[in-house]
Every structure is written in C-alpha cells, then in structure tokens.
Design a protein around this ligand. Structure first.
Ligand code: NAD
Ligand code: IPM
Ligand code: MN
Length: 358
C-alpha cells in the first residue's frame, strides 16, 4: 500500500512560486519512480497579494486549516508593497510559533561543482549545520511603541526560557550523535546580552556535560562570523538563538555558493501533533522575481528535508544524489552559479537525472 502524504503548499511571494513548482515537480517524479509514495497537494494562495486584497496574510483560521497536513511547503513571503514585519508576522512566524516548531535545521555543504567565494576552500570542505531556536529569543514579539516625536519610544524584549534553551541545545547534541558529527559550537553574545544569553551559555555547559564524546565550543556572534569566514572547516554543528542562527544561516549559505542552494526545515522533534514546516533559507528576492532567474535548488533540497521528516529517507537520498549530479555536471545551472539556464530548466534537469537512476 502506497503511503499517502498530505502536503500544504504556500507558494507565497516573488520567486516563491517559481521555486516551489520545481520542488513539487521533483516530488511528483519521485512518486512516479518509486510507486509506493503518494502525495496529495493542496495549494493555498496566501501571502502578500492575498493580504492586499483581504487585509491579512492568511485567513483567521489559517493555522486550524494547516494543522491537518503532514507537512507545509513554503516558497517565501515578502513584497515591496507591504512592510516586512507585517508579512512575516502575518504568516511565517505564526506558523513556527503557533505549532511550536522549535527546531530550525539549516544545513550547508560545498558541493562538487560549486565554487566558494572563499579562497583555498574546495568541494566538501564546508559541511555545516546551523540549528536555530525557532520559538523565542529575539523574535518573541514582546514590546511596543509609545509616544510621538521626541517622546517616541520602542521597547523590544528577548525571551529566553530554560525550557526553550535546553530543548534546542539537547536537540543539537542528539542530532550530532545521530549523524556522526563531532563538534557542537554554541553562539551567543553574553558579554553584552547579559541575562538571556548568560543563561544560554550556562545551559549549554550543562547539556554538553551529557555528551562527552562531542567536542564543544562557545563563541560570541561577532567572532563567530569572522571565524566562519576565516576557517569554515572548523565548524560542524552550530546552535544559536533565533536571530543569531538566522544571520549565520545566510552567512554559511554565502560561503557555500549562495542563497540559491540553502535549504531549511522547521519542526518539533518531540511532538508530531502539528506539521513540520519546510522553506528555503532565502526570501522572495524581488530583485530577480518573475524572470526565471531564481535557483530552485534551495527549494529542491528543502523537499529532501521534508522527505526525511516524512520517513521517506530513501526518496530523499535519491533526490540529493540527483541535485549533486546536476551541480557536478555544471551544465544546467542558473545565473547565480555562473550558468544561463532558467529556473524550470534546472528543475527539468534534476527530474531527468532522477529518471536516469530508475
Ligand atoms: P533574499 O533572500 O530574498 O535575497 C537576497 C539576495 O539573494 C538577492 O540578491 C536575491 O536575488 C538572492 N537570492 C535569493 N534567493 C535566490 C535564489 N533562489 N536564486 C538566486 N538568487 C537568490 O533576501 P532579501 O532581499 O533580504 O529579502 C527579500 C524579501 O524576502 C523581504 O521581504 C524579506 O523580509 C523576505 N524574506 C522572506 C523569507 C521567507 O519567507 N522565508 C526569508 C528571508 C527573507
Ligand atoms: C528566514 C527569514 C525570516 C526569519 C524573516 C523574513 C522573518 O529571514 O527565514 O531566515 O528571520 O525568520
Ligand atoms: Mn533569514
């Protein structure tokens, strides 16, 4: 009996729709090839256009609707016609917070066939997984604005709970053990952020004590950004707060070929009550939207992470191999990787490679 997975698809804004359709193409191909995986897709037209027409990014009962799916696949949201805090607090962040998807996983790897902008770094030499705390920290949305003119005042608070810190750091170590990884680096700014991040550092030491086989390191965000560029080979698993891991995920993506290659997953490792949420690290890229220039590989590798989450690791591995082959061949690639192909041509090439495997 074929396993049926119910996937909610939110193409979103800008390049979102362009890249998501390539990811779906790969899922459909894998389903055809394997014969025992089936997907049911339901599309939701939520995002900035929807917001301009309806005054909100998704309907009031959006989370109620989404909660019945096995996974959610999003392209990106963000549109120059709307303030970014409105778009993001209207859709992306409510999903992560509302479903308690506390673990954000953002792996990067320097694939054969891809050049790093860093000197003297070759293929395979960067292999980093950024693990992001997804449900609190600097994104907790606690604060407000009062006053006008010279009395205008904004208050923005970070929320750091023992429970929230402990569970993401424990996840980072469990992930390292399960994947045979050797080192976990924690990144904070506890010299300046002396409450939440001092607590983070303390809990990192406590949790690390339970994993003597894993090397550990604690770094400040400024020094970590510098050092990831200076010696990226020294990084393996990185665990950090919501904001710092956000920054580090773009930084590590840039070191391994750019935003067009960096996938992302957000899920609750302990509780499957709500669906996992899968979106590439990149945004809606208004500068290249609608031109067929976007690299769909980040969105396709995101599908691979979704397959792993759904227990379809074998299909996920096949897709990973196909992406690796496309990149190694250096023939069909988008402009960010020095090629001339369109978004859909890269998707088609990966489908061709998938079919050649069967
Ligand atoms: P961005 O990631 O959209 O773009 C940054 C740069 O990377 C741009 O030059 C863009 O052209 C390039 N780029 C991104 N994805 C690419 C791809 N697949 N192929 C080739 N090049 C790619 O970041 P930004 O410009 O800061 O943000 C644009 C909008 O997206 C904003 O509204 C922002 O809030 C939003 N955003 C949304 C998400 C999300 O929905 N998950 C993530 C990040 C940013
Ligand atoms: C990401 C994005 C979002 C985040 C923004 C757009 C709110 O940058 O998914 O990395 O920081 O969570
Ligand atoms: Mn980001």
């Amino acid at each position: 009996m074929a396993t049926l997975h119910h996937i909610a698809i939110i193409p979103g804004d800008g390049i979102g729709a362009e890249v998501v359709s390539e990811g779906v193409k790969c899922l459909k191909t894998l389903s055809e090839i394997s014969g025992d995986i089936r997907f049911e897709f339901k599309y939701f037209p939520w995002g900035s256009e929807y917001c301009l027409q309806n005054g909100k990014m998704m309907p009031e009962d959006g989370l109620e609707v989404l909660k019945n799916f096995d996974a959610i696949y999003l392209g990106a949201v963000g549109d120059p016609r709307l303030p970014d805090d409105v778009t993001l607090h209207g859709l992306l962040l409510p999903i992560k917070f509302g479903f308690d998807l506390y673990a954000g996983l953002r792996p990067v790897f320097l694939f054969p066939g891809v050049e790093s902008p860093l000197a003297r770094i070759s293929e395979g030499e960067i292999d980093i997984v950024v693990i992001r705390e997804n449900t609190e920290g600097e994104y907790s949305n606690i604060g407000g604005v009062v006053g006008v003119e010279e009395r205008e005042l904004a208050l923005q608070s970070g929320l750091f709970t023992r429970k929230g810190i402990e569970r993401i750091i424990a996840f980072a170590f469990e992930y390292a053990v399960a994947r045979g990884r050797k080192k976990v680096t924690s990144v904070t700014k506890s010299n300046a952020q002396r409450y939440g991040m001092v607590l983070w550092d303390k809990i990192f030491k406590e949790v690390a004590a339970g994993y003597p086989e894993i090397r550990t390191e604690s770094k400040l965000i400024d020094a970590a950004c510098m050092d990831v560029i200076r010696s990226p080979k020294g990084y393996d698993v990185i665990v950090a707060s919501n904001l710092f891991a956000d920054i580090l995920s773009d930084l590590t993506a840039a070191a391994t070929g750019g935003m067009g290659l960096a996938p992302g997953a957000s899920f609750n490792p302990k509780d499957r009550t709500y669906p996992g949420f899968f979106d590439p690290v990149h945004g809606s890229a208004p500068d290249i939207a609608g031109k067929g220039l976007a690299n769909p590989i980040a969105a396709i590798l995101t599908v691979r992470m979704m397959l792993d989450y759904l227990g379809e690791g074998e299909a996920g591995e096949l897709l990973y191999q196909a992406v690796g082959k496309n990149l190694a061949e250096k023939k069909v690639r988008t402009i960010d990787l020095g090629g001339r192909s369109q978004t859909h041509e890269v998707g088609d090439d990966i489908v061709r490679i998938l079919r050649s495997f069967s």
